[in-house]
Design a protein around this ligand. Sequence first.
Ligand SMILES: Cc1cc2nc3c(=O)[nH]c(=O)nc-3n(C[C@H](O)[C@H](O)[C@H](O)COP(=O)(O)OP(=O)(O)OC[C@H]3O[C@@H](n4cnc5c(N)ncnc54)[C@H](O)[C@@H]3O)c2cc1C
Length: 620
Amino acid sequence: MSSPTPSRRRASGFDFSDGKSNNLYVNLQNHPDLANKFNLTDQPSHLQRNKTERRRLQGLQQSSPTATSAAKWFPDSVTWQQKLSVWKINEGGRQVFFGVWILLHGLVFIFGAVNYQLKDNYNNARQTFGITFVIARAAALMLHLDVIFILFPVCRNFISLFRRTALNSVIPFDKNITFHKATAWSIVIGTVIHVLAHMVNFAKLAIADTSATTGGQKVLAFLAINFTTGPGATGWAMTLFLFLIVFFALEKKRRTHFERFWYSHHLFIPFFIAWQLHGMFCMIKPDRPPYCSWQQIGVFWRYWIAGGVVWVGERLLREIRSRHVTYISKVIQHPSNVVELQIKKEKTTTRAGQYIFVCCPEVSYFQWHPFTLTSAPEDDYISVHIRVVGDFTRTLAKAVGCDFDSKGKGDKGGDDTGARVIGKSDNALGRTMPRIMVDGPFGSASEDFLNYETVLLVGAGIGVTPFASILKSIWYRMNNYSSDSKPTRLSKVYFTWVIRDFGSAEWFHSLLHAIEEQDTQNRIEINIYLTAKIKDDDVNNIIVQDVGAEKDAITSLRAPTHFGRPNWDRVFTSVADKHPETDVGVFFCGPAVLSRQLHTMCNKYSMLNGTRFFYGKENF
Ligand SMILES: Cc1cc2nc3c(=O)[nH]c(=O)nc-3n(C[C@H](O)[C@H](O)[C@H](O)COP(=O)(O)OP(=O)(O)OC[C@H]3O[C@@H](n4cnc5c(N)ncnc54)[C@H](O)[C@@H]3O)c2cc1C
């Protein structure tokens, strides 16, 4: 690549931020340290760098997409085979899997309907109820199919185990919760069809009831069938349980009242019991005996048993694991309402990128909350960084001695990152910290970072936690810390962190600092994007401190902080330019909006015979 002209080099340093978010640009236009300030109006409206900073810009930021490489992404003619091959990279497996799953439902419904329509043992039922008998039964069959699937995706040990096998390339294990939700919605649809069909059937029964002669009596007969018969009462109980489960699990409700979601979800136990009973009443009899043998009715358990056993096994495992000797060995209060818990736990091996469930009985015996490990497998403890956002995290932070309420306390006695050690404990016995129980670790998409030669890690806010453990682990590998570390293909890591305010940079700071110091081969590139609006005074301070400095005024890292949001088009073009014909793993943890953007970018910039971007994400 030809060497960039000076003005181009200056622009390229900032090509990664879209500059939409702050007022810094306006102030900087007039700053004497900015080279060629007359050129600024030609540049995208984002922050320009001073000379010293430009020197500190890392390889990826210094590259600029050439006209030719830009043209590569949008060639004039793309065949459908090429499109298909690119589609297969990030979408293929997942969409084919869901396609097969939907097809399976369609087939079960159709074949079920044909069976009940033609079976010679149900002539009476068809005569009495007509097509609604067929529809109700076919929907019931579809519901039984869903029962096979509903529990597997929430069995985290099961998922963690299988996601490491070759099956992971066929079954999207990391989409387990999406699959659980899809199955749940299928249960809702099946239930609505089943209930509506039976309402018609019940109405037909009430109309045919010779003991009810008036309209009012017919209505009473209809209600009696609904609520005083076994199938009716259990059916409505199930419908009520399902309604409550779904209502509190809706995204908005779940986000605002997680506990209501969590407890109401446990209604699945009476829901399943009612389902088993529902089928045992043998309301619609076949024409010939055996009328209601155990092989024909109450068959729910047969469909449920596989998932149910695995689920019960997982719960037992949680009980066993929670009894392992576990204690909090260190508590560190970080700025921006983040508390770090270092935990010692026997019989635990972890992999970078995994998460655990934490329960603190002093806070709540029933609540288990997921947190990503920030410790590396090479550490002799496991750690989590918890952002205080709601009831559980606030009470937990208080219980371990943190105080985020009193202003300035977080800084008192803290190190240069503002972190403060709140407590330490050397063993489980002389415990001064509250008791803690840990379940896991469980696998996640970011666990796969070692499968790629190049990775782009993107964390937003507290979503940086999975990458703490990954970066630490890479750092340990770079320093040959452990002789039994397996050799890895990984040779280049681009780490991007999008944060709103200064404070949130600090707790992660010492790790990034250590990485920069050790990374003599420049294998890890750090890019921090600050998206908050910055006050004029702060802007001036930053500028003054940055002039001639070898380190960034905000983070003290060599890598300069960018202001504004990343310009993903430029990031992806640059990575592709630097790593042609390479499989690049893109791992993201943070809000769904940004996740969608990155997912789109991965598809947009993947090329059949060029760089292929594989997308993996984790959602909090
Ligand atoms: C796989 C995973 C990894 C996570 N890793 C981290 C991490 O490293 N650091 C961090 O600070 N946070 C992490 N979180 C988010 C963390 O679990 C929640 O912030 C925490 O449970 C909030 O509980 P709360 O009662 O204080 O807040 P609430 O006010 O009850 O909830 C705040 C938010 O957290 C969600 N939430 C609450 N409880 C749970 C739960 N048991 N399971 C899932 N989501 C919940 C709610 O839906 C809501 O969006 C992670 C979440 C997941 C799913």
